[in-house]
Design a protein around this ligand. Structure first.
Ligand SMILES: Nc1ncnc2c1ncn2[C@@H]1O[C@H](COP(=O)(O)OP(=O)(O)OP(=O)(O)O)[C@@H](O)[C@H]1O
Ligand SMILES: [Mg+2]
Length: 256
């Protein structure tokens, strides 16, 4: 059994070493060490202003760290520009994405997959008949729970379904990791349930760094949790470890 773990089932895909960033007197990241392993959802929690979003922005390269380093699949990316990091396999979703409103869910995903396949499809219909491409689109539809919405025009999707499509578009690029900053914010309870299931599907292929304020969601789906307070990682562990951690309870969970 130990041997299986040694085979790399839980390999680190993203590794952050001693990352620090200050905005004037505010220390947003204070020697942060963090990792994301194959097959896991690693939730990053902490009070408002703790530095969670700033950490994701440094990972993707929107904000430059003052010191420390970021490795993706053992390759240092901390000095790369954003497009280079995306090309190497970092993905995040943005509020403004490339969703084409009058295309169906299927067609939107098809375009994204065609983009990474780098094949020339003069006509959409050719791609639609390509088995590999259609299989990739179907996988994403399944992972994001959008199979029953595949022929829906994107403009007609609900707020939650659109959020799922945005995540699907990120997944269609076949990233090595996906970074999600409060993806459930503002969604209804039943959509949140769907998203929880979807994240559990996705993590098998792409590990997820999840920033989330809803502790019910975090404790239900995270494999590991890191607690960030004042830019510092207070603790990292299983949901059970974190729940029992006295320091975490005093600094954060106890207040909820
Ligand atoms: N561009 C910036 N310039 C100056 N200060 C910033 C900047 N971005 C973030 N900060 C500060 O850094 C700290 C961390 O902010 P950050 O947005 O990372 O927190 P957060 O944990 O994501 O909070 P929330 O849960 O409210 O989203 C805060 O004190 C914030 O005001
Ligand atoms: Mg934030």
């Amino acid at each position: 059994m130990v041997f299986f773990q040694g085979l790399g089932l839980m390999n680190e895909i993203l590794t952050i070493k001693d990352l620090s960033k200050s905005f004037g007197a505010v220390v947003a990241s204070d020697k942060v060490n963090f990792s994301l392993k194959q097959g896991e959802i690693h939730a990053l929690i902490g009070p408002n202003g703790a530095g969670k979003s700033t950490l994701i922005k440094q990972i993707i390269g929107e904000i430059k760290q003052d010191s420390g380093s970021i490795f993706l699949d053992n390759l240092e990316v901390s000095k790369c520009h954003v497009p280079e990091r995306i090309r190497l396999g970092l993905a995040r979703t943005f509020q403004i994405t490339n969703v084409i409103s009058d295309f169906s869910v299927f067609q939107n995903l098809l375009l994204a997959v065609i983009g990474i396949e780098k094949k020339e499809f003069t006509f959409f219909s050719k791609a639609e008949n390509n088995k590999l491409i259609v299989r990739k689109v179907s996988n994403v539809l399944e992972e994001t729970n959008l199979l029953d919405k595949k022929d829906e025009i994107a403009a007609r999707l609900s707020h939650g379904e659109r959020r799922q499509l945005e995540i699907g578009l990120a997944l269609a690029l076949e990233p090595k990791v996906i970074l999600l900053d409060e993806p459930m914010a503002g969604l209804s309870v039943d959509i949140i349930e769907k998203m929880k299931k979807s994240f559990t599907n996705i993590k098998a292929r792409v590990p997820i760094l999840l920033i989330e304020h809803d502790m019910n969601v975090v404790f239900a789906i995270a494999d590991r949790i890191s607690v960030l307070v004042n830019g510092r990682v207070l603790a990292t562990g299983t949901p059970r470890d974190i729940k029992m951690n006295a320091e975490v309870r005093t600094a954060y969970l106890g207040k909820e």
